[in-house]
Design a protein around this ligand. Structure first.
Ligand code: ATP
Length: 602
């Protein structure tokens, strides 16, 4: 089994020296349960059909629980189990009040105040319908974009003292009698400050506090949300998929931090939601495994996974270098340069994010772009898509499809680049009138508004496609081709009920986050663009979806031709479709510098 203990982060060492953190240990099994669901079913509100049947789940204070689903269909069910705890789902029969109700450890305290849920999977259906400009982060020029991390996430605790403030008015008075309530309030504020300092150190947020929130990378934002959730002082914290999108080191830091916080009396109990393919974090003692039929196996991890082993845990985490010793490296025949960067840099004020990057992406190449959270991967890809304003100033060093960047109108560039990214996922419009067909069909233009009579876009010169033309027929054919390879028949629990036609007619916002991610992948590939950029494309997907995507993206799978190049960004080696045996190349960003690290250039 993979553990993250190997890469123990430095803050852990300082934590063990922190006297306040090791003095209290949560009580043993005699303490009241944190969660108690005895033989109940779980229903969506207003429905008579149970989503989960006969659930018996008791969480005790000393235990560390992970909630995971066992297959693609079960991923619909994980939100239901969490929903039972947050009140969006009904539990029947309800946990008896005589035994303390759903949260016996809370006693009479209000669960709304003390149970907090933070979801890290992509946003779902109820998140508004319009498209917003996710590229604003690269400029961060609008007034509302200037709000810093400090102002947005930690307004009370981290407000900087104004330069003109009178010191005697902002420093606490001494020698004044205080009521017990005031003393308690002060103590609480002090604890909160200590916690804030600790969390910002551990989660490496200190130097990000005064950046515009919109400028933070995906992983940096996740770390900030975790700190914010812990500072709200919940008693039960539900973290759903907090590890997706975090780099290897940050995953280790977070898991170790949660384990250490467990020793503090005042820290929340944490229940973590994982994807089916995620390895169990160190320290997990119990698992609630949700099966496809809505059955929940809840118990000690070794009982849930006899004999303490599952295919998910068996997945390799070997780097291509390790794997190359087992597989012969496939030298791919590369074609023309599609992208050529010759000393490209990106800087915000004094802050250099990318420093003289040289990188050539050729037709038929398959790249894995790596780098820690904040290393500049998304920024680099935004230069290629022309969305980054500094792509203009770098124009002479940045050749795209054999022309300088400035000689491309950005929409024309988008027709040649199929892409998926967390930012785009979040920004994609979610109107109920937008069907899966419409969403995939926008891939031919690279835009976000369905166009054309058959909703497969317009011609390259901006005119409507001639009905029955070769181009229109080809596009419709491609729509069916991608849905056959990546659609419900590959991952749905009931493919007989969810046919391709039915899937195409489904409103995009009605899909689960994983299904939406699959649709956006289809959108990126449908137009067979020369360059495909897949930045964290697998977030929210289940194993069967990831497998279908990998198969399609490998040689012979039909998803990519020799004329195309593809770049995958992922913090998980398992998520990269290609190993050395497929001729993968690895490009790493580190401290602003970029280099090809695998295979080593001759
Ligand atoms: N407007 C800005 N001002 C200052 N710094 C910025 C600005 N926009 C981005 N940055 C910084 O640029 C760096 C690169 O961000 P980017 O999103 O490219 O990282 P990433 O490698 O994709 O990270 P992740 O793995 O977390 O997605 C981050 O440290 C970010 O804080």
């Amino acid at each position: 089994m993979q553990t993250w203990r190997r890469a123990l982060p430095t803050p852990l060492k300082s934590l063990s020296r922190h006297p306040t953190l090791v003095s209290h240990v949560h009580n043993d099994n005699s303490a009241l349960p944190v969660v108690s669901i005895p033989h109940s079913s779980i229903y969506e509100l207003g429905s008579q059909q149970p989503v989960l049947r006969d659930v018996s789940w008791t969480v005790r204070p000393a235990e560390s629980w992970a909630v995971m689903s066992s297959g693609a269909a079960a991923s619909h069910l994980k939100p239901a189990l969490f929903g039972a705890l947050t009140g969006t789902h009904r539990i029947a029969p309800p946990p008896p009040a005589s035994q303390g109700g759903l949260f016996p450890f809370l006693g009479d305290e209000d669960p709304h105040k003390y149970v907090q849920m933070v979801r890290f999977a992509h946003r779902g259906q109820a998140a508004g319908d319009g498209f917003y400009d996710f590229t604003a982060r690269y400029g961060a020029v609008r007034e509302e974009d200037r709000l810093t991390l400090r102002e947005t996430f930690f307004p009370d605790i981290a407000r900087p003292v104004h330069k003109l403030a009178v010191p005697s008015l902002v420093t606490p008075e001494r020698d004044v009698e205080h009521t017990a309530a005031e003393v308690e309030k002060r103590e609480r504020a002090k604890r909160k400050h200590e916690m804030f300092d600790l969390l910002t150190e551990w989660l490496q947020l200190g130097r990000l506090l005064d950046l515009p929130i919109i400028a933070l990378s995906n992983g940096q934002t996740r770390r900030a949300r975790i700190a914010q959730a812990l500072l709200a002082e919940p008693k039960l914290l539900l973290l759903d998929e907090p590890l997706t999108g975090l780099d290897h080191n940050s995953r280790g830091v977070l898991v170790a931090l949660l384990q250490e916080l467990k020793k503090r009396e005042s820290s929340p109990h944490v229940i973590m939601g994982l994807r089916a393919q995620d390895p169990l974090p160190d320290g997990t003692t119990h698992v609630a495994l949700i099966k496809d039929g809505g059955e929940v196996l809840a118990g000690r991890k070794e009982d849930v996974f006899p004999p303490y082993f599952t295919p998910a845990m068996a997945q390799t985490t070997a780097s291509p270098g390790d794997r190359a010793s087992r597989f012969n490296y496939k030298h791919r025949q590369h074609g023309d340069a599609l992208v050529d960067l010759k000393g490209v840099s990106v800087q915000y004020g004094q802050r250099k994010v990318l420093s003289s990057i040289h990188w050539t992406i050729r037709a038929n190449s398959r790249w894995h772009l790596i780098g820690e959270n904040g290393a500049g991967k998304t920024t680099l890809l935004a230069l290629l898509t022309g969305e980054h304003p500094q792509s203009y100033t770098q124009s002479s060093n940045l050749r795209l499809f054999d022309r300088e960047r400035s000689r491309w109108a950005t929409p024309l560039l988008h027709r040649r680049i199929g892409r998926v990214s967390p930012e785009m996922y979040n920004a994609f419009p979610r109107r109920n009138t937008l069907t899966v067909w419409d969403a995939v069909g926008t891939g031919f233009d690279g835009g976000f508004v369905p166009k054309g009579k058959r909703r497969v876009g317009i011609a390259h010169d901006g005119t409507p496609l001639a009905p029955g033309s070769h181009e229109e027929e080809w596009r419709v054919h491609r729509m069916h081709e991608v849905v056959r390879a990546l659609g419900p028949r590959r991952w749905h629990a009931h493919p007989d009920k969810m046919t391709d036609e039915r899937f195409f007619a489904t409103p995009f916002p009605a899909l689960t986050p994983g299904e939406q991610a699959m649709v956006l992948l289809m959108r990126a590939l449908v137009g067979a663009p020369p360059l495909v950029l897949l930045d964290e494309a697998w977030a929210g997907m289940d194993r069967s979806m990831v497998e279908a995507a990998h198969e399609y993206l490998r040689d012979g799978g039909g998803g990519l031709t020799e004329e195309q190049a593809c770049v995958v960004v992922s913090h998980w080696e398992e998520e990269v479709p290609w190993g050395p045996e497929h001729g993968v190349q690895r490009f790493r960003l580190d401290n602003g510098r970029g280099e090809q690290i695998f295979p080593k250039p001759q």
